[in-house]
Design a protein around this ligand. Structure first.
Ligand SMILES: [Zn+2]
Length: 337
């Protein structure tokens, strides 16, 4: 089974345009999906919608952009794909200055907000998305995989009918004060039930984690990305026209030294080559969850995904909630790989 998930969002340093980061690459993906039968779960950055809505009454072009994005999300749903909740709470503090988004001095993680604020964010963001997809939001991915401390959002998610999480890449670690996570001790499985935290499986838990398939990046990967940054280019013909929020110097050095190479299996331009690596080719899995971001779709991304589907002889394509339903129905989708 292939589950393809995509984080539908702008960049968070220099935002880039909604045409190049959202519409153009997403439409390429949707056309590919029509031809191949792949179903896509789009984790929509609802904070962006919320902030645009707040600013729209006094900004006509903002109102117009928001309405175009909302129509686009509706069309994604109408074409048979899934809309999931993606939370980047820094939108709460983001300012619109001189015709551009200013992300400086924003709080990046939910743990930086009070319990009441978190409850309000989850409710408001989920409502905005449910309005666009007939109330079908049941899945969640934390912005930047910053899903801990989960108890801060657990009750709010339950109250809003969201019991499927996909924020964990088993084995991945990012050491960064503002946007870090540590999945080094989570089970190396495709899915598990949990209650208190997605990092702690619990057989009778009310939540289901459907993990993003991990992959080990080659040693040269971060060196290539570092060079891209120095010369100011996007890797592998990426469609999006913005730039990503930087990580701390210490983590960059750690990565250049060869650590932190467990990453998500992805169709993003810089990582899509791993889909057809010998390491992936050797693996047998019943569920592959490949992720990505429309903004980072590269010129070879879809060809590599097509090749991957053929190599692995994948014939079953599910949305994330479709995959979760199959698991909960007790289908033989062995959790251990
Ligand atoms: Zn994101």
């Amino acid at each position: 089974m292939l589950v393809l998930s995509q984080d539908y969002e702008l960049f968070f340093q220099r935002s880039g345009s909604i045409e190049k980061c959202l519409f153009e690459p997403t439409n390429m993906l949707l056309d590919f999906a029509d031809k191949s039968g792949v179903r896509v779960t789009f984790f929509v950055d609802a904070g962006m919608l919320s902030r645009m809505q707040q600013l729209s009454p006094t900004n006509a072009s903002m109102a117009k952009d928001l309405s175009r994005i909302q129509s686009h999300i509706r069309s994604i749903h109408d074409r048979g794909h899934e809309i999931g909740l993606h939370i980047h709470p820094h939108w709460e503090d983001t300012r619109w200055e001189g015709g551009a988004w200013d992300f400086s001095a924003t709080r990046y993680q939910l743990r930086d907000f009070s319990t009441d604020e978190v409850g309000d964010i989850v409710l408001r963001y989920t409502r905005l998305l449910n309005e666009l997809c007939d109330g079908n939001v049941t899945t969640f991915r934390a912005g930047g995989f910053c899903v801990e401390p989960f108890d801060a959002i657990r009750d709010s998610l339950l109250q809003n009918g969201i019991t499927i999480d996909s924020s964990v890449v088993p084995g991945a670690v990012l050491k960064d004060e503002n946007k870090g996570f540590d999945f080094s001790n989570v089970p190396k499985r495709s899915w598990w039930y949990f209650d208190e935290s997605p990092l702690i499986p619990s057989a009778n838990g009310r939540f289901l984690e459907v993990a993003i398939t991990p992959v080990v990046l080659p040693f040269r990967h971060y060196w290539g990305r570092a060079i891209d940054r120095v010369v100011g280019r996007q890797p592998a013909g990426v469609v999006g026209d913005g730039s990503s929020k930087a990580i701390g110097k210490r983590e960059i050095i750690r990565r250049l030294a060869g650590a932190g190479r467990v990453s998500e299996l992805s169709i993003d331009g810089a990582k899509a080559g791993r889909l057809v690596s010998s390491r992936v080719r050797r693996q047998n899995r019943k569920i592959w969850q490949v992720m990505g971001h429309p903004k980072l779709l590269g010129k070879s991304s879809l060809d590599l995904l097509q090749k991957f589907i053929k190599w692995k002889d994948i014939r079953r394509f599910e949305s994330l909630s479709g995959c979760a339903s199959a698991i909960r129905a007790g289908e033989d989708l062995a959790a251990r790989e």
